[in-house]
Design a protein around this ligand. Structure first.
Ligand SMILES: O=C(O)CCC(=O)C(=O)O
Ligand SMILES: [Fe+2]
Length: 431
């Protein structure tokens, strides 16, 4: 494993577009479970398939592939790598990790290369959580949405992460191996094949309708996997910081996630895990929202999708503000591209092509990208303040409709890709 070509590490800013980061965060916040360590939450591809969300692996695949190709090229290992693990991971207050290498256990020796894609921003979305290498350059990586850090998983890259002191730090963690026996795709394709006879052929908009078949709708894992248990994951509780003051503390990650966005489930009395698979209504700040969902995960996913859709809209208006500024600065209007003209704010989110083209256009233009980003973030924050005051049922219903279209489109793609996945034994999104 010593005979690789490139330098032992690589940091790539802005490899993922802001829209891609938001989409992965949406998936994690809709589907994540309590993770492998205290204060850590995780969403693996295997978990997505197991909870009837195989469609949500699709937005992750092209990113995983892109990073894998960069790793292969950088280390002179073209076409030699397999993905050993893909997971959306978030760290909440209290999470940290001391000096280690990523292959530091006998059962982790197959991990040859690591990649961490940051999905949100240091200081804005969380405090603490800086990444440090023990020696060499760069010494410290500041997590910023879209940045990817790549390194060999051995002791040449001893690293640690500072404790998170506030907020939630989200990443897409990837490990690659030269050992085919540890290829995660093989397991996933088996898992998907077992499911496919149930869902392919019957996928259509109607299955995502409330009251329709539950095929294609998310389901819960065992309720213990959402149990925040005592003081752990304090940030996800509906404590005094959340928008809805609850009489009793929330120990359930799903309810905590909803409460953070101002929503509660309309369970009749004391919630017990048994209710997780029953149809459920929701309230926004104690006001009933006229929607019924098949189960809690369904409600959570639509709520998170609403939040995601709003963030994409904000990104677009910030980008418009940025573009206007860039436009007025460079007069000649080089590379100005239209944004925000689509009917659906999510239309061009997939694969993030539009946003990526836009950010490339910005890099091409000879202006100070950093100061523009600051302006965009400021605009975003101001809008967020306004947004907490506004909730429109009509807008939420629009999100619900868009979620159905988004979700069934991804299910259709899963069914279309599956025969190729099975034949090639490779989980690659060919769009
Ligand atoms: O999230 C990070 O920045 C790195 C995490 C890490 O070192 C690990 O999970 O092994
Ligand atoms: Fe690590």
């Amino acid at each position: 494993m010593d005979d690789f070509a490139g330098a032992r590490r690589l940091v790539l800013p802005q490899l993922l577009s802001p829209a891609e980061c938001k989409e992965l965060e949406f998936i994690h916040k809709s589907c994540g479970v309590v993770g492998y360590r205290p204060w850590v939450l995780s969403t693996t591809l295997c978990h997505l398939v197991a909870t009837n969300c195989a469609n949500l692996i699709l937005p992750i695949l092209p990113i995983r592939e892109k990073v894998k190709e960069i790793v292969e090229e950088h280390f002179g290992r073209e076409y030699e790598l397999f993905t050993e693990f893909t997971g959306l991971i978030s760290w909440t207050k209290g999470a940290k990790i001391g000096w280690h290498s990523d292959d530091n256990r006998p059962y982790l020796k197959q991990r040859h290369f690591s990649a961490v894609c940051y999905l949100n921003n240091y200081e804005e979305d969380f405090k603490g959580g800086l990444f440090h290498f023990e020696e060499g350059d760069p010494q410290t990586v500041v997590p910023s949405a879209g940045t990817v850090v790549i390194y060999t998983a051995d002791e040449k890259n001893m690293h640690c992460v500072d404790e998170i002191t506030d907020g939630e730090r989200c990443t897409l963690a990837l490990w690659f191996t030269l050992n085919k026996a540890h290829d995660e795709d093989e397991k996933l394709i088996q898992q998907l094949s077992a499911l496919s006879s149930n869902f392919c052929g019957v996928m259509s908009d109607q299955i995502l309708e409330q009251g329709g078949l539950t095929l294609g709708l998310p389901v819960s894992a065992s309720s213990i996997m959402y149990n925040l248990n005592g003081s752990v994951q304090q940030d996800e509780r509906s404590d005094e910081k959340s928008e809805v003051a609850e009489e009793r503390p929330v120990d359930d990650l799903r309810l905590g996630r909803m409460a953070r966005l101002g929503f509660t489930c309309s369970f009749s009395s004391n919630y017990s895990g048994d209710e997780q698979d029953r149809p459920v209504g929701i309230l926004y700040r104690h006001e009933e929202v006229p929607c019924t969902f098949s189960n809690m995960m369904h409600a959570l996913q639509v709520i998170q999708f609403h939040h995601f859709r709003r963030s994409i809209m904000k990104l677009k208006s910030s980008a418009d503000a940025e573009e206007t500024l860039a436009f007025s600065k460079i007069h000649d209007g080089t590379n100005r591209e239209s944004l925000g003209k689509e009917n659906s704010p999510l239309e061009n989110t997939h694969g993030g092509t539009q946003a990526r083209r836009t950010s490339e256009a910005h890099l091409d233009a000879d202006i100070d990208v950093r100061s523009k980003r600051r302006l965009a973030m400021k605009t975003g924050r101001e809008m967020q303040c306004v947004e907490t005051e506004i909730f429109e049922v009509r807008d939420f219903i629009e999100s619900w409709k868009e979620w159905k279209a988004y979700s069934s489109n991804l299910w259709d793609q899963v069914c279309n890709f599956l025969p190729t996945w099975k034949a090639t034994r490779l989980l690659v999104n060919h769009t």
